[in-house]
Design a protein around this ligand. Sequence first.
Ligand code: SF4
Length: 307
Amino acid sequence: MAENSLSRLAAEFKNFLAAQDEDEFIATAAATPAAVSVASVQPQEPAQTAVPPMPEGETLTVEFPRARAREQAAAPAPVQAPAAKETFSPQQDPVLMNTAQKTAALSELADTIKNCSRCPLGATRINAVPGEGNVDADLMFIGEGPGFDEDRQGRPFVGRAGQLLDKMIAAMGLKREQVFIANIAKCHPMTDPLHPEKHGNDRAPNAGEIACCRKYLEQQIAVICPKYIVALGGVSAKALISDAKSLGALRGRFYDLSLDSVKLPRPVKILATFHPAALLRNPGWKKDAWIDLQMVMAELGLKGASK
Ligand code: SF4
């Protein structure tokens, strides 16, 4: 009888191990007739087995994998450490920064741009050209990309076209230091990247390069948050106004600027005009460019250069 009881107990324990789940074991055990009644159990001599005694201080741990899995599923999800925030994100509430915050943010962004190799232009540039100017400017000028001189100096609009832009800014009654000047692409697009030392090796950035670099410009605009932007040339105008029309069709009116990657703290208006390099090639267009700039001057209350 005792041997039979031990066999039943062993069978139950085997079921228990097979169940590997205390609830299932309890249910199984409840459905199984008691192996032995208490009264029927006769005192037994301790069995002489070869099982070594449990070392003092140790405990037996029984694992219930499925029960533990259930507990884990029911437990609240562990709190994840927030991912490192990008400086800007579309979800962030836009705020107007103070001058110190803008300076720090633009400096950090410039460092990122100088180390960027998101597009092939990063491999052939001499210097990245993040942009420069007054971080609190009401007016931004945005061209298409650095050229030969800009690549060498790491500054925007410093060649012949830049000298003309300085004159245009002065004619509006402003100094270069009062505005912010940047480009859509921050590195020099070349027609012949194998010979960066060549003059006349400039080209407009292509759609892929503009797309790669766009977020840097958008972050600059969001930080500076000027009241007005003048897009210099068709490439810049089409990209910023998000309209494929010709420059001639885009000129003559203000557009509400809308950015892809960041929210603006306040509305920004944009106007398209000719690139200074185009005005150097076609001086007859200067009169129309001046009409465009006068539209901005009227909005900003600028009287123009004193005669
Ligand atoms: S052009 Fe813009 S995206 Fe391309 S490498 Fe330069 S900074 Fe980076």
